[in-house]
Design a protein around this ligand. Structure first.
Ligand SMILES: *[C@@H]1O[C@H](CO)[C@@H](O)[C@H](O)[C@H]1NC(C)=O
Length: 222
């Protein structure tokens, strides 16, 4: 178990992505419960709640999202499937597959320390080195709201829990006090555009942390 912990800490030291300071001053972020933002809500475009470039507060999301009387279930399911494809690509280490999720000229703010990435190629180039420090990952998508605002535009918010495993699966459960995993809990705020072939891709993303990264050994990081 000591070896496992040492490996884990080595991986932590080498991995900048999930050890970021939580974003400051974000209503709904890790610093406290959601509060009403100052000033009027952003104006809308294409009938969508305006979450681009964002990020926007949790308070705003709950205020602006509507449940349409007749949801466009075909588009909603297409977007849900594409979100699932994102998790498969990341956890499967098939970064080229991210081209099926993001537009070429997408903008993605993965928050500190990665910050804003411009273009899908930047995502494909930037994410792998940090993830390579882990034996495997599992991105577990959860609570999700998908709002189709026009035939070709949509926004979504997807909670996720990303488990980063320090050691490969070997059939042995977590030792008593050594951490096996680092867990991030956050949300993706995404803006979508329907493409010429009918598929949906992300044109703008914000990764918004909802709490500190934690080790399964117990203590929050930092
Ligand atoms: C990126 O996201 C972080 C965390 O949500 C936020 O604090 C920051 O302002 C964003 N940066 C830009 C340039 O939009």
């Amino acid at each position: 178990m000591r070896v496992g912990l040492a490996l884990g800490l080595a991986a932590l030291a080498a991995f900048p992505v999930t050890l970021a300071e939580p974003p400051n001053g974000l209503p709904g972020g890790p610093q406290g419960p959601p509060t009403a933002p100052n000033g009027p809500p952003p104006t809308t475009s294409f009938g969508c709640p305006e979450i681009s470039p964002g990020p926007v507060s949790g308070y705003y999301l709950a205020e602006q999202f509507e449940s349409p009387a007749v949801p466009d279930v075909t588009s909603i399911e297409a977007i849900r499937q594409t979100m699932a494809l994102y998790a498969l690509a990341i956890d499967g280490r098939n970064f080229e597959a991210l081209r099926k999720v993001f537009t070429i000229d997408t903008r993605a703010n993965y928050s500190d320390p990665i910050g804003v990435l411009n273009g899908v190629q930047a995502i494909i180039d930037t994410l792998p080195p940090g993830l390579a420090n882990f034996a495997s990952t599992q991105h577990h998508l959860g609570t999700q709201y998908i709002d189709i605002c026009s035939p070709n535009s949509a926004v979504s918010v997807t909670y996720f829990q990303a488990t980063h495993f320090f050691t490969p699966y070997n059939g042995v459960a977590n030792p008593v006090d050594g951490s096996q995993v680092l867990i991030d809990r956050a949300q993706y705020q995404d803006v979508w555009a329907r493409q010429g072939d009918g598929s949906w891709r992300i044109t703008n993303r914000n990764l918004v942390r909802m709490g500190p990264a934690v080790l399964d050994g117990g203590a929050p990081l930092g």
